[in-house]
Design a protein around this ligand. Structure first.
Ligand code: PLP
Length: 408
């Protein structure tokens, strides 16, 4: 086949995690007797809540009887789930979205990766640096990112998030069409406060930009005064799409369920000046290319949003929160500067004495047999940082931190 999408030829390999895996297996081959502990994993470790498991069993049994069997469901998701989300995630926070604006999916990664299909080829995309790689790569695959040189795409606008600006991205000097924001953030673990998020919404309204807001870690917020949804900011329903996921909040990384909120109020202009609703474009896209999240998974997801399940979900979340607290305490005792970790399962550690990310990674592996993720792998502004995750077991987290304290 000769006529391929050339943009794929310009992609860099998935260097970060394959390089981490390569260095870890080389270490294990050299030191087979040493137990390696990973604080680099981005996957949950606690099992699904009992209420989710019983909803799954019940839904499976429904599939066995002709009178309760379900075939194709609505592409946008079942009303029972969309309404449960509305009642649980939005109405209590005074957010006025409607069930018709909620689109159920098999997870936030596919929604985020697919959404860029709605943008023009020449749309200018802005993203934070460091960043969750899906925003960058999905635009690169569509040929919208230009060419890749020295770690950056020529047509993307990078918004550095560093210690100097408190990890709050500053408004860009030139106007982008689309802005990706993620709060609580992966990888920095920091949060966009209400003031910062308000300035982004106001900017997007003035400049006619679209904000894609990734709230995959929303349930890690510990302070109720922080915005959980971008729609808590007045006017956001005219300029922002929000992505949510049950992966990190309810352990659905293997089960797969997420959703996107695409408000009816967001309009998009065609080259010849006509207006289309972004909501209708996304509905059209999903109806054509997607047949919906499995019924049994949507029933399991519904259980996540029942008030009585809250306590069960909090049990898993509190394991991750405690691990993050332990990490923050240990790093501070060691005299290191650590960020995030309060409203997030990620701790963003500034390496001692400006050590490059990969040198720090090697040092941790050699001296402590602990794996972290080099910050530079998430973008140029991540150089000099490393990401530690709270997803390992409490025992392993404690053991890893003891080893790090000895090594440093
Ligand atoms: C894990 C994660 C997601 C969620 O992905 P799923 O496909 O729902 O598992 C989305 N955004 C960020 C930043 C993440 O880290």
């Amino acid at each position: 086949m000769k006529s391929i999408n050339n943009a794929y030829a310009g992609l860099s390999g998935n260097y970060l995690f394959s390089e981490v895996a390569r260095r870890v297996s080389a270490f294990k081959a050299r030191r087979p007797e040493t137990e390696v502990i990973s604080l680099g994993i981005g996957d949950v470790s606690q099992p699904l809540a009992p209420a989710v498991i019983s909803a799954l069993h019940k839904a499976v049994d429904e599939m066995a009887r002709p009178e309760t069997f379900r075939g194709y469901g609505p592409e946008q998701g079942y009303a029972f789930l969309r309404e449960a989300i509305l009642r649980h995630d939005f109405l209590p926070r005074g957010v006025n979205v409607s069930a018709e604006e909620i689109f159920i999916s098999d997870g936030a990664k596919s929604d985020i990766g697919n959404f860029q299909e709605l943008f023009g080829e020449d749309a200018v995309v802005a993203l934070t640096d460091p960043v969750y790689p899906v925003y960058e790569d999905s635009n690169a695959m569509s040929g919208r990112a230009g060419t890749f040189r020295n770690g950056r795409w020529s047509r993307l606008v990078y918004l550095p998030c560093t210690r100097a600006n408190g990890f709050q991205p500053e408004l860009p000097e030139t106007r982008p069409d689309v802005i990706y924001l993620c709060s609580p953030n992966n990888p920095t673990g920091t949060v966009l406060d209400r003031e910062s998020l308000t300035s982004w919404v106001n900017y997007a309204r003035q400049q006619e930009c679209l904000i894609l807001f990734d709230a995959a870690y929303e349930s890690f917020l510990r302070d109720d005064s922080l915005p959980h949804s971008i729609y808590e900011i007045p006017g956001a329903d005219e300029v922002a799409v929000e992505f949510r996921s049950l992966s990190k909040t309810a352990g659905f990384t293997g089960l797969r369920c997420g959703y996107a909120v695409v408000p009816e109020k967001i309009s998009a202009r065609t080259a010849d000046g006509r207006t289309l609703k972004l909501h209708d474009m996304w509905l059209r896209r999903q109806c054509t290319k997607y047949n919906g999240c499995p019924y049994i998974v949507q029933r399991a997801a519904e259980a996540v949003f029942l008030p009585e399940t809250r306590q069960q979900l909090d049990a898993a979340l509190s394991v991750y929160r405690k691990n993050a607290d332990l990490m923050l305490d240990a790093f501070r005792r060691m005299g290191l500067s650590a960020f995030g970790g309060v409203h997030s399962p990620y701790v963003w550690l500034q390496t001692p004495e400006n050590m490059p990310s990969w040198s720090f990674f090697d040092l941790m592996l050699e001296k402590a047999a602990v794996v972290c993720t080099p910050g530079v792998g998430f973008g140029a502004s991540g150089e000099g940082y490393a990401r530690f995750t709270a997803f390992n077991s409490p025992e392993n987290t404690v053991k890893a931190l003891e080893r790090l304290e000895k090594a440093l």
